[in-house]
Design a protein around this ligand. Structure first.
Ligand code: IMP
Length: 430
């Protein structure tokens, strides 16, 4: 019963879409288990670039089935526009290929309005959310007043539930945030309209995946965001409202732990972050500009969902050790190594220091990171472009040394290295 879980070990944007795309070639099914359209996965196939926020990016392989699990929050407008975008690009999307869990929660225009109002009210303390309504939707879920996808199958229950939801949102918007209320009736019609198109896709994803696994099918759980954005295990409160870590895959798909085969930790060769929050290895000099890129290429470090320039830093092995621990990572997929080409020297943060003490992992996880000073190991860089490298031996010696340092520091093997944006730009190691 092989379930492979792909997770990000950093603050998201590790290049999980690339790794999913590679592994989906051998998988029978690909499933999203957490978050919503705050994610952005870019997959380049020949001339075509797919930017997907909600539908598992593995769907671009013609043979895979795609699933959206109960742990996901679904914006129906995004869902329908992605279905259309994929269909226009010649990718088949129909209810026999895409299932959405009846227990996934619906993001509404009310949640979007609340996300905006809450961020504005936070002022200088804002989280820098993607404004996709993620936090308010999970808040409703936990408060047991959320709208689940199952309601879309039953107009008689969905209509009053929508009315109650929008009226409650309006009260909060007006009373708490002095914001304009939403027009309820047109919104109800809009969501009833969405239900007509989405209804056929709603299914029992937990049951479908369990059956597939029992038949020996290989399932890939496609993580969104990253470990350091996890609600419990991330840099709280600068986190998202879901569980992007590996246990979140089981929770968010309705599967037991016995089916897990590999936990693949996707790690970018340097560190990035969008939004506010601590970032011990952040740099602001020319190195940051070099690593970020100009924005001219789709793989440059600008948010896929928001377009914001990402904050840049050296690879933080302290936080990587932590991510490996909380996810049970069995192997690393190292991405964007090619972007480091051309730097005279490269740095790895190997420990944190505070009060003359050195920490391989901070005692209280990623809390109060401001109180530590990163300790770096500086290594010689390499000038050669590495995009055409396909074997370990093709890599410049200094690039190999960089990878060996990472493996030694975290005690987990690097099994895959991506050296360029195209599907084939990868080195597979056994
Ligand atoms: P939210 O998920 O929109 O509530 O945003 C909470 C935090 O998570 C913000 O700092 C966002 O920038 C960050 N975030 C959410 N989704 C992603 C992602 O897919 N990649 C990187 N950062 C993300």
């Amino acid at each position: 019963m092989p379930l492979d879980i792909i997770i990000g070990t950093q603050w998201g944007d590790e290049g999980k879409g690339r790794v999913v795309d590679l592994l989906a070639a051998q998988a029978d099914a690909v499933a999203r288990y957490s978050g919503g359209d705050n994610a952005g996965h870019t997959v380049t196939v020949g001339e075509k670039i797919f930017k997907l926020h909600l539908i598992p990016s593995g769907i671009v392989h013609p043979h895979t089935l795609a699933y959206i699990g109960n742990g996901v929050v679904v914006n129906p407008a995004t869902l329908l526009s992605e279905i259309e975008q994929l269909q226009q690009a010649g990718v088949a999307v129909h209810p026999e290929r895409l299932s959405i869990s009846y227990a996934a929660h619906l993001i509404t225009a009310g949640h979007l309005a609340l996300d905006r109002a809450q961020e504005a009210a936070r002022g200088a303390a804002k989280i820098g959310t993607t404004l996709r309504g993620i936090g308010p939707t999970y808040t409703d879920k936990v408060a047991r007043r959320g709208l689940r996808m199952e309601l879309m199958r039953d107009e008689k229950r969905f209509t009053p539930a929508l009315r109650e939801h929008f009226e409650t949102v309006n009260q909060t918007l007006q009373k708490l945030y002095q914001a304009e209320p939403l027009e309820v009736n047109p919104l109800i019609d809009q969501y009833l309209g969405y239900a007509q198109s989405i209804k056929p896709f709603i299914n029992d994803v937990s049951a479908q995946l369990s059956e597939a696994l029992a038949k020996g099918k290989r399932v890939l759980a496609e993580g969104a965001q990253g470990t350091l954005l996890d609600l419990d295990h991330g840099t709280y409160p600068f986190v998202t409202s879901s569980y992007p870590t590996a246990p979140g895959a089981l929770l968010g798909l309705g599967l037991g732990a016995a089916c897990v085969d590999r936990v693949i930790g996707v790690t970018k060769a340097f560190q990035t972050r969008v939004g506010a929050g601590p970032f011990p290895t952040e740099v602001f000099d020319q190195t940051a500009e070099h690593l970020r890129g100009s924005g001219a290429n789709p793989w440059d470090e600008f948010g896929t969902t928001t377009g914001r320039p990402r904050r840049i830093g050296w690879l933080d092995l302290v936080l990587l050790r932590y991510a490996i621990r909380v996810n049970g990572v069995s192997e690393i997929a190292l991405t964007k190594l090619d972007i480091l080409s051309g730097l005279q020297e490269v740095k790895l943060c190997i420990a944190y220091q505070a009060n003359d003490q050195s920490y391989p992992i901070p005692p209280f996880g990623p809390t109060q990171l401001e109180s530590y000073t990163p300790v770096y190991k500086t290594l010689p860089g390499w000038n050669e472009p590495i995009r055409s490298c396909r074997r370990w031996e093709d890599l410049p010696l200094n690039a190999r040394q960089y990878i060996r340092e990472i493996e030694t520091a975290v005690q987990v093997p690097v099994r895959r290295i991506s050296v360029g944006p195209e599907r084939g730009d990868v080195i597979e190691l056994s």
